[in-house]
Design a protein around this ligand. Structure first.
Ligand SMILES: Cc1cc2nc3c(=O)[nH]c(=O)nc-3n(C[C@H](O)[C@H](O)[C@H](O)COP(=O)(O)O)c2cc1C
Ligand SMILES: [Fe+2]
Ligand SMILES: [Fe+2]
Length: 393
């Protein structure tokens, strides 16, 4: 069975999900996702997290084949979201003597989701669990991205089990390590995971990463995505950058348009951006591209230009979805351009202005609102907006 050795005592016993369309029933998975679970085999045997319930049969085949008749002593729960906790009940059915290791909040969630269990070992920040040569030290990292989340650090091999932090979408095809995979693909899918799912809690991520900085980390084992053994510093640096809202030179234009008038404005704005020397320009049609990709691109780049047609006295509905995501997540360090079109009393540009107040991003003039189709003078204004945003990037 397909378990994989990470180092002397630690094994990957995760599964690849290529069937689920939407992660959390929200985020598209064109290249699937891996649920990573790990086992530490020492005098005592510990399992770190499990997998989504629909994969438990495959998972237990792997686990049993690795254990070869032995029984696990501990299940360490770093995170209770069901993509990792979904096989816990079955695990306890198979190994009723196993001790569950989690913090106080984990126990509350465990009972709520799966009922009462007898063998529970509650840990606090800094507690250590001896397994033999290996020792697990626990770091509580609340709200990265649930309240019970924690990380476990194995001191002998200097391996950090980080939960969802540093994790990304994409199955592990062939290899499991950063040096065995096309890491550029995972970098984008990790940004997409981070910006959509974890980014709202950026301040908690900053706090967690700064506490971890005292650790010597040789390997990072997250619950999704590659295992970082060759360059763990790279993903930590990316996380620091994303959580501190450090953006890159580039602009994302997002428009909502039914019949092409607002789209025409977006194209003209991109010309202005090009004229001001910006090379990284991404235009998204908000009706076509899934929000998760738009959100990832906006997280990366400093410039954001939003445009929409009016729709039933309001903004175009798919654009409203994007705005409401940002009003909740509130990332910083962007400059904003606003444009739109209408034919009678409007509704889109006024909503974009309200958004700019709520989010607090600097608005670049001119704000452009066109009635019916854009004329040449309007197109010139759009080019000007592109140039002005370009100057501030
Ligand atoms: C279903 C529908 C609802 C609309 N609602 C409004 C509205 O409430 N107020 C307004 O000024 N224009 C409204 N419009 C007009 C469009 O916003 C306007 O024609 C705009 O220029 C269309 O831009 P587009 O070509 O980018 O789709 C509506 C158009 C449609 C098709
Ligand atoms: Fe999660
Ligand atoms: Fe997860």
């Amino acid at each position: 069975m397909d378990f994989k050795k990470i180092n002397n005592n630690i094994y990957w016993i995760g599964v690849n999900d290529r069937e689920t369309y939407l992660f959390e029933n929200l985020w598209p998975l064109p290249q699937g996702v891996a649920y990573n679970s790990y086992a530490i085999i020492d005098k005592k045997i510990a399992i770190i997290d499990t997998v989504k319930g629909s994969y438990e049969s495959l998972y237990f085949d792997k686990l049993k084949s690795l254990l070869n008749g032995k029984k696990p002593d501990y299940l360490v729960i770093n995170h209770m979201e069901p993509d990792h906790s979904g096989s816990i009940k079955r695990l306890i059915d198979i190994y009723p003597e196993i001790t569950i290791v989690g913090n106080q909040k984990t126990v509350e969630f465990l009972k709520g989701f799966y009922g009462d269990f007898k063998n529970i070992h509650v840990v606090k920040e800094g507690d250590v669990l001896e397994l033999g040569d290996c020792e697990l030290e626990f770091y509580l990292t609340p709200m990265v991205h649930w309240p019970e989340t924690m990380m476990s650090y194995e001191k002998k091999s200097k391996t950090l089990f980080s939960g969802d932090a540093f994790g990304g979408f994409g199955t592990l095809d062939g290899g499991i390590f950063d040096d065995e995979l096309n890491i550029d693909f995972y970098e984008y899918e990790t940004l997409r995971y981070y910006s959509n799912i974890v980014g709202k809690y950026a301040q908690m991520v900053v706090a967690a990463v700064s506490r971890l900085s005292k650790l010597d980390i040789k390997t990072i084992c997250a619950t999704h995505g590659p295992i970082y053994r060759t360059n763990p510093a790279k993903i930590v640096q990316d996380y620091i950058k994303w959580s501190n809202y450090q953006t890159e030179k580039g602009v994302v234009i997002v428009y909502g348009s039914m019949y092409g008038n607002t789209k025409m404005m977006a194209e003209a704005i991109s010309k202005g951006l090009k004229d001001s020397g910006i090379k990284d320009i991404i235009i998204h049609d908000v009706s076509k591209t899934h929000l998760s990709y738009i959100i990832a691109d906006i997280w990366k780049y400093k410039g954001v230009i939003l445009g929409s047609c009016a729709y039933n006295q309001k903004i175009f509905p798919p654009m409203e979805q994007l705005l409401s995501f940002y009003e909740n997540a509130k990332p910083k360090n962007h400059v904003l351009g606003i444009f739109g079109s209408y034919s009678w009393s409007g509704g889109a540009v006024s909503r974009l202005k309200e958004f700019s107040q709520k989010i607090g991003w600097e608005v670049v003039e001119p704000v452009i609102e066109v009635r019916h189709s854009p004329r040449e003078v309007d197109i010139d204004e759009c080019i000007k907006l592109g140039i002005e945003v370009g100057k501030r990037i």
